[in-house]
Design a protein around this ligand. Structure first.
Ligand code: C2E
Ligand code: MG
Ligand code: MG
Ligand code: MG
Length: 288
């Protein structure tokens, strides 16, 4: 570490920070070719109906199989892809793969599930909202795969929509009008004005993991319980469904069900995994 001993001095590089910069730089340069080389892949994590425990959908989560560094999680490269603009083609690729996978999944696990068709959730970066091709590409992808818009849910983080003006909301509104669900991801972390929710074309709130974490201990933190209860009742009064993320124990699941949450996602049910695993989980669940 450099000493701030006054006078002219050289900053000594922090070796760790240096390694981080090199990797960051290395990853950034490797990103564009990674897409062409097919180094990205998608894992799917089931979304479970809290009422009856059945699999109702899955969230698509992208990973990068880096030739040197092995599997990298999205937190390592999504911010870089956003910074370089690669997120637009990458996001389109994720959407296309996920929608095709949804088609196959529905074929394998029964397209006719009455009022509970299997649905696919795909994360959308704020940069994709300003991509003028978003609506057209989404429609194309759905049509080519033969998947109805109401089988798709796009997840946008609460922070991406805070203070969003009408121009930013327009593409989401068009997609919502077509039947695509829009979910507000990581809800509760963005300090958004709750009254603001009415303005947004969203139909689902995804409660951030920080809320479920407070329910891990037993008995759960009573303040956390009150907060979640309040959010759920507000959401329902606005006709929004509530999904909870990060459910890791049966006790949490039970608690969240009592609080009226609709859908849950987390390691208690399944970790993100390959599509075959998702098919298995869905089929097991359908046959009891
Ligand atoms: P997210 O959309 O909030 O996704 C949920 C994250 O929580 C995932 O992390 C998932 O693996 C993790 N998770 C699920 N259940 C549990 C649990 O019970 N306990 C714990 N501790 N974690 C759980 P992951 O896969 O690392 O993804 C991180 C974030 O990266 C996502 O957060 C999302 O914001 C972003 N992301 C992932 N895929 C994409 C993508 O295709 N496009 C964009 N733009 N962002 C993506
Ligand atoms: Mg998400
Ligand atoms: Mg989330
Ligand atoms: Mg989250």
């Amino acid at each position: 570490r450099a000493k701030s001993a006054g006078g002219n001095r050289f900053e000594l590089a922090d070796p760790e920070a240096d390694a981080r910069t090199i990797t960051r730089h290395g990853l950034t340069t490797a990103l564009p070719t990674a897409l062409d080389r097919g180094e990205f892949f998608i894992e799917y994590q089931p979304l479970v109906h809290l009422g009856d425990g059945s699999v109702r959908g899955a969230e698509a989560l992208v990973r990068w199989l880096h030739p040197q560094h092995g599997v990298l999680g999205p937190d390592r490269f999504i911010p870089l892809a956003e910074h370089t603009g690669l997120i637009v083609p990458l996001g389109r690729w994720v959407l296309e793969q996920s929608v095709r996978q949804a088609r196959e999944w529905r074929e394998i696990c029964g397209a006719d599930r009455g009022s509970a068709p299997l649905r696919i959730n795909v994360n959308l970066s704020p940069c994709q909202l300003t991509d003028p091709g978003l609506v057209r590409d989404t429609v194309d992808i759905l049509e080519r795969a033969g998947v109805e818009p109401d089988a798709l849910c796009l997840e946008v983080t609460e922070s991406a929509l805070i203070g969003a003006d009408d121009d930013l909301l327009k593409p989401l509104r068009r997609l919502a009008d077509m039947g695509v669900d829009i979910a507000l991801d990581d809800f509760g972390t963005g300090y958004s004005n709750l009254a603001n929710l009415r303005r947004l074309p969203v139909s689902i709130l995804k409660l951030d993991r920080s809320f479920t974490r407070g329910m891990q201990q037993f008995p759960a933190d009573p303040v956390d319980l009150k907060i979640v209860e309040g959010i759920v009742s507000l959401a329902h009064s606005l006709d929004l469904a509530v999904t909870v993320e990060g459910v890791e124990t049966g006790a949490q699941a039970e608690q969240l069900k009592v609080l009226g949450c609709d859908t849950a996602q987390g390691w208690y049910y399944a970790r993100p995994g390959p599509p075959e695993r998702l098919h298995e989980l869905t089929l097991v669940d359908a046959t009891g």
